[in-house]
Write a protein that binds this ligand. Structure first.
Ligand SMILES: Nc1ncnc2c1ncn2[C@@H]1O[C@H](COP(=O)(O)OP(=O)(O)OP(=O)(O)O)[C@@H](O)[C@H]1O
Length: 284
């Protein structure tokens, strides 16, 4: 079998990058959960043991997976419900899984022009040569930055505002489009906001996040205050470096009952709007 490096068409990007937005969680939700959950780790992202078991605690933010299943059942007719009750042993497949794997095929460069070895064949599958692979979603080379944001970024912001830790992890060989997908071209952070811009998923996420926060804070019936802190780190040669303080090059991962996992002494800057984040990124 050929190695990846030998396959010219391996220009697809396995998507989902992970960056903890723990610090961007609404403080009110974080506090409530800490009080409710004295155990060592936060259970906020723990899937229900049995998706059909009702959890009798109105303070726990809804699990999107569970909501989806409940919605499905209420929209079914009675015959269907009876049928599903009789099929207890069948696995429940949710179309909104906790981990989604999205593949983006980038346009071919001059060396790959006309190369059709990697082809999207359905919304969630592609073929490489004569082998087919299935993922949660596949976006082809004609996809725009906005398409990818709608698919990955929008649900992520909604879930994080509902109280979940959310992450995007990106993987792909060099030149496969990770930076382009996450950030866009170098000018992207200061580009005007528009669906047709080349801005990547990160600036779009920040824009949506602060717009939503603003709307919620301005809303008269919701008395919510958000506090956002921002940090940037890199892992290089198995060492964690603080991108906001280059003198900190070998930070340690710690774990305690109050914070769960965290990076000790990592700089966290308070941010209140998109421009605050851009200013920080300019420094990095
Ligand atoms: N979907 C896309 N549309 C247009 N151009 C793209 C797309 N994806 C990537 N490119 C271009 O391909 C080139 C390589 O992309 P990029 O730098 O994002 O790769 P990378 O995976 O981050 O590479 P590395 O791991 O080496 O940093 C860049 O010139 C980028 O602009």
């Amino acid at each position: 079998m050929k190695s990846n490096a030998e396959i010219p068409e391996s220009r697809f990007l396995g998507g989902i990058s992970t960056q903890s937005l723990r610090n961007l969680l609404p403080r009110s939700i974080s506090n409530t959960q800490q009080k409710m959950n004295k155990s060592k780790f936060s259970k906020e992202n723990t899937p229900p043991i049995n998706p059909n078991v009702q959890i009798d605690n109105k303070n726990i933010p809804p699990d999107p997976k569970k909501l989806l299943i409940e919605t499905k059942i209420t929209s079914k007719d009675t015959d269907d419900i009876t049928k599903s009750e009789n099929q207890q042993d069948l696995p429940v497949v949710s179309s909104d899984p906790s981990v989604k794997v999205v593949v983006r095929i980038r346009p071919g460069n001059w060396r790959e022009r006309g190369d059709r070895t990697v082809r999207k064949v359905s919304p969630n599958s592609l073929v490489v040569g004569d082998r087919s692979f299935t993922f949660d979603s596949v976006v082809d080379s004609s996809s725009t930055q906005e398409d990818v944001f709608q698919l990955v970024g929008v649900p992520l912001v909604k879930n994080s505002l509902a109280g979940y830790n959310t992450s995007i992890l990106l993987c792909g060989q060099t030149g496969s489009g990770k930076t382009y997908t996450m950030w866009g071209p170098p000018s992207a952070m200061v580009e005007g906001h528009s669906p047709i811009s080349n801005q990547g998923i990160v600036p779009r996420i920040f824009q949506m996040l602060f717009t939503e926060i603003q709307e919620q804070e301005n809303s008269e019936d919701k008395h919510i205050n958000y506090q956002c802190r921002c940090s940037f780190l890199e892992i290089y040669n198995e060492q964690i470096g603080d991108l906001l303080d280059p003198t900190q090059r070998n930070l340690q991962i710690r774990d305690d009952a109050k914070n769960g996992f965290y990076v000790e002494n990592l700089t966290e800057e308070y941010v209140t709007c998109y421009d605050d984040v851009t200013q920080i990124l300019i420094k990095v």
